[in-house]
Design a binder for this molecule. Structure first.
Ligand code: ARG
Length: 472
C-alpha cells in the first residue's frame, strides 16, 4: 500500500473552523507542521489578548459591537489569559497560531459573541500589533539592562580613576592610560547602544491595528482609540505598510547586534586580561569554571560565551533581513519567520547583559600588574618626543626620530627608557637636559593628558560625574 493509499483511506481531517469555508478537508500533517507558528508565537499571548481587548472595546464604543457582546468578550479574554498564565491552556497545532488559539478558546467559553471579535481586523494587522508590542517591551528591557551595565562600568571607573595601565593599539603597548578611562570607554559605547534602542522604540511606537488584511476596513473603526489604549503614540498612516513592515524588528535586531558586538569586545578583553600571561584582572568564582583535569585552571567561560553569542544575534539579524528583502507588498507568510529570530536574539541579549553586569561588578583589577605593564614596552616614548618638541623646539618628526634611536638603545641594553643615563641620551641628542626624566614616569604621562576626553584622572572624573548624573 502506498502512502497515497493511506491518505485516501484515512478519514480526512476536518477543514479549519476559522478559514475553512471553501475547503473540503483539512491540511496534511506535514503542511500543519510547516504552517503552524503556535509552537513559538504562544509567547505573544499577553500582547494578543491586550490587542483583542482594545479592539473589542473600540468596536463597542463605535457601535459596531453591542456592549453586551463586548463585555462577554472582555471577560472571556480575561479567562483565557488566566488559563494560559496558570498553565491550563492547551495549545494545539490545528489552531495554527496564537491568534486563532485565543479566539477559538474565547468562543468555546462565551459562544456566539466570540465569533464577532474578528470584525474589522485580520490576523495580518493582529500579528503586526502583537509583535510590535512585544518588541517594544524588549527595547525597554534592553534599555534597563544597559543602564545597569553602564552603572557597573562607572563604579569600576570611579574606584580606579587614577590606576595606571597600558593602553594598546594593535594589542601592542602604546601609551599609559587609566583604568577609569578604559572603563568609561565602554560607558560611551553602551550609551550609544542604549540610544539606539530608544530611537527604535520611538519609531516603532505606531499602531498597525485596524489596517485589517491590507487595505483598511469598511467598518467605522477608531484607530486613534486603539492606538492610545495600547500605549502607542498614534496609528500607522498607511495600511499596506502597516501589515508588511518589519523594520521595527530589524531595528531591534540591528541595535542588538551592535550592542552584542560591544559586549563581545569587552568579553575578549576579559579573556586576555584574566590570562596567566596578563593577570590584569581577577574574575570572581561566580563567573568562571574549573577544569576537570587541570586543577590550577579558572576559565573565563562566561566571557567566552558572551563573545560567541554575538554571532548568534548577528545570525538572527541576517536571517530576518534575508527573509524580508525580496517580499512584495504586503503580508507574505515568509514573515512568520520573524519571530523565532527575534525571540532568540532578545533572550540572548538580555542574558548577555545580565552576565556582563555581574562580571564587571565582581571583577578585581590587579593594580600592581597594571602599573608594571604600563611602565614596560617603552610606553612613555611619546612623552619623551613631546618633551623634545615642547622644551627644545624640535619639529615633531625629528623628535620622533631621536626618540626612536633612544628606544633602540634601551632595547639593546634590555632596559626601559627611564633607566638610560643622561649621558646616553645626550649622545643621541646633545641638547637633552636632566628634567626630561620627569616626563618618563607613567603617572606623569597620564596626568599630562588633560585634553578634553583624554586619559588624565581629572578628565576621567569629569566624565564619571557627568555619567553619574545622567544615570541617576
Ligand atoms: N501566524 C502568522 C504570522 O506569524 C499570523 C498572520 C497570518 N496571516 C495570514 N494571512 N495567514 O505571520
Amino acid at each position: 500500500m502506498s502512502a497515497d493509499d493511506t491518505t485516501q483511506t484515512a478519514a480526512p481531517a476536518a477543514a479549519n473552523a476559522m478559514w475553512g469555508g471553501r475547503f473540503e478537508r483539512g491540511p496534511d500533517a506535514i503542511m500543519q507542521a510547516i504552517n503552524a507558528s503556535i509552537g513559538f508565537d504562544q509567547r505573544l499571548y499577553a500582547q494578543d489578548i491586550a490587542g483583542s481587548r482594545a479592539h473589542a472595546a473600540m468596536l463597542a464604543a463605535q457601535g459596531i459591537l453591542t456592549s453586551k457582546d463586548a463585555e462577554a468578550i472582555r471577560e472571556g479574554l480575561l479567562t483565557v489569559l488566566s488559563e494560559i498564565e496558570a498553565g491550563n491552556f492547551e495549545f494545539r497545532v490545528e489552531q495554527e497560531d496564537i491568534h486563532m488559539a485565543v479566539e477559538s478558546r474565547l468562543t468555546e467559553i462565551i459562544g456566539e459573541a466570540g465569533k464577532r471579535l474578528h470584525t474589522g481586523r485580520s490576523r495580518n494587522d493582529q500579528v503586526a500589533v502583537d509583535f510590535r508590542l512585544w518588541v517594544r517591551a524588549q527595547c525597554d528591557a534592553a534599555i534597563a539592562g544597559l543602564t545597569a551595565l553602564m552603572q557597573a562600568f562607572v563604579a569600576q571607573a570611579e574606584a580606579g580613576a587614577d590606576w595606571v595601565m597600558p593602553g594598546f593599539t594593535h594589542l601592542q603597548t602604546a601609551q599609559p592610560v587609566t583604568w577609569g578611562h578604559h572603563m568609561m570607554a565602554y560607558v560611551e559605547m553602551l550609551a550609544r547602544d542604549r540610544s539606539r534602542f530608544e530611537d527604535a522604540r520611538r519609531r516603532m511606537n505606531e499602531c498597525p491595528l485596524g489596517a485589517a488584511a491590507l487595505a483598511g476596513t469598511s467598518f467605522p473603526i477608531d484607530r486613534h482609540a486603539t492606538a492610545a489604549a495600547l500605549g502607542f503614540d498614534r496609528p500607522t498612516a498607511n495600511s499596506l505598510d502597516s501589515v508588511s513592515d518589519r523594520d521595527f524588528a530589524l531595528e531591534f535586531l540591528s541595535a542588538s547586534a551592535i550592542c552584542a558586538m560591544h559586549l563581545s569586545r569587552f568579553a575578549e578583553e576579559l579573556v586576555i586580561w584574566s590570562s596567566a600571561q596578563f593577570r590584569f584582572v581577577r574574575l570572581s568564582d561566580k563567573w568562571t569554571t574549573g577544569s576537570s583535569i587541570m586543577p590550577q585552571k579558572k576559565n573565563p567561560d562566561a566571557a567566552e560565551l558572551l563573545r560567541a553569542k554575538m554571532g548568534r544575534i548577528l545570525g538572527a539579524t541576517v536571517a530576518l533581513f534575508t527573509v524580508m528583502k525580496g517580499l512584495p507588498l504586503t503580508y507574505s507568510k515568509d514573515m512568520q519567520e520573524d519571530k523565532e529570530q527575534v525571540f532568540d536574539a532578545a533572550d540572548t541579549l538580555m542574558l548577555g547583559l545580565a552576565a556582563m553586569t555581574g562580571m564587571v561588578s565582581d571583577m578585581q583589577a590587579v593594580t600592581g600588574n597594571l602599573r608594571a605593564a604600563a611602565a614596560s614596552g617603552f610606553s612613555t616614548a611619546t612623552d619623551l618626543a613631546d618633551w623634545l618638541v615642547r622644551e627644545l623646539g624640535l619639529p615633531f618628526r625629528e623628535a620622533h626620530h631621536v626618540t626612536g634611536t633612544l628606544v633602540g638603545m634601551a632595547e639593546k641594553r634590555g632596559c626601559d627608557l627611564p633607566e638610560l643615563s643622561l649621558e646616553d641620551m645626550q649622545s643621541v641628542y646633545a641638547g637633552i637636559r636632566a628634567d626630561i626624566f620627569d616626563v618618563l614616569g607613567v603617572d606623569n604621562s597620564v596626568n599630562s593628558r588633560k585634553s578634553y576626553g583624554g586619559t588624565s584622572p581629572d578628565q576621567v572624573r569629569v566624565q564619571i560625574a557627568r555619567w553619574k548624573a545622567v544615570l541617576a
